[in-house]
Design a protein around this ligand. Structure first.
Ligand code: MN
Length: 344
């Protein structure tokens, strides 16, 4: 409803205390200049990295992933990207409700507010020639980020790095957690029963426009009765990535870059092995052995960015409740600095 192709943007009221940032309209020539300058750094489009924290927890916990932005900043996110990043205000939504709403989503009101606000932030950053980096929350941010890129660039593609497929149709979900469904929405495999804007975004990506890396959720999917979408899209399991991380990433990047003027990069940190990253439940799920190491993830993302065409990035599913000393937050910050080259 609020996407440019479907009607006007939402009012600030719809997104709680978040104020909208109206900086859209950088002249095409200036944007092209920025793009040329940025391409030497492996990113397409950014004048600066627009650091966009999202204070939302998909399961409606009081803290959880909603406190990720604050914890990552406490761990030094800004200093690590000094000179390369601008901080934009966090997306803040209604108080969490750990129950399903009238459409069946968990923490539904906050979810819909989050989607509206993240869409707005990503769109503003892109229209201003920046490179949005969405941090915090969970994979449901893709329900906003991918349509925002598609609207800004004409069409979008997605490199999706996650331990799970996240392709459960909403009709089949037993939990109502949008972060298990977002890929099904983006591909148009579900969404007819959803409220706007989710209904209209369904199908924003064709099957060629997504490449999925790092899955190891066969036991989980068997438990919930969700079939794999490996026959529909290009999907490399965690084992496929272990075999040759750089090649997996560069081939994935070549595919997504061929499908749209810009592609989005998404990382669910549960793609990491539990022994590498303790601050998310799923990475430590005993039914999901064999996750990536930080070294592998760094290789994957560096290779992918080097291929060019990436216009924005989201990284989520860090839970500071599982990270009392901020050790894991420091790992995330160091990783971002390493791949974005912030430490000059
Ligand atoms: Mn995920």
């Amino acid at each position: 409803m609020f996407y440019s192709r479907h009607g006007p943007a939402p009012s600030a009221r719809a997104v709680g205390c978040v104020r909208r940032n109206n900086e859209a309209g950088v002249a095409a020539g200036k944007a092209a200049q920025m793009q040329m300058r940025a391409s030497s750094q492996g990113l397409s489009g950014p004048g600066k990295v627009a650091l966009t924290g999202v204070c939302f927890d998909g399961s409606g916990r009081a803290r959880g992933q909603a406190h990720a932005p604050q914890a990552l900043r406490e761990a030094g996110l800004l200093a690590a990207l000094a000179g390369r990043a601008v901080l934009v205000p966090d997306v803040v939504v209604s108080r969490p409700v750990p129950d399903r709403g009238s459409f069946g989503f968990l923490n539904e009101r906050a979810l819909l507010e989050m989607v509206a606000a993240v869409y707005d932030r990503v769109r503003t950053a892109l229209d201003s020639g920046h490179f949005p980096l969405v941090y915090g929350a969970d994979c449901a941010v893709l329900l906003a980020a991918v349509p925002a890129l598609a609207d800004a660039a004409g069409s979008a593609a997605l490199m999706f790095i996650d331990g799970h497929e996240d392709a459960t149709p909403m009709e089949a979900s037993t939990t109502g957690e949008a972060a298990n469904m977002e890929v099904a929405f983006l591909l148009g495999l579900t969404g007819k029963q959803a409220p706007e804007p989710l209904r209209s975004l369904a199908g924003v990506l064709g099957p060629e426009a997504i490449v999925m890396l790092g899955m190891r959720d066969q036991h989980y999917r068997r438990e919930i009765g969700a079939a794999t979408i490996a026959g529909l899209v290009r999907l490399l399991t965690a084992d496929d990535v272990h075999a040759d991380p750089a090649r997996a990433a560069s081939e994935a990047a070549a595919q997504v870059a061929s499908q749209a003027p810009g592609w989005w990069l998404h990382i669910d940190l549960d793609v990491l092995a539990g022994k590498e990253f303790r601050a998310c439940g799923a990475a430590n799920d005993p039914s999901m052995p064999g996750g990536l190491s930080w070294a592998e993830l760094t290789t994957v993302v560096s290779s992918a960015l080097r291929a060019g065409g990436c216009r924005g990035w989201s990284i989520g599913v860090y839970n500071p409740d599982l990270d009392p000393g901020l050790y894991s937050a420091g790992q995330v910050v160091n990783f971002l600095a390493a791949v974005l080259g912030g430490r000059a």
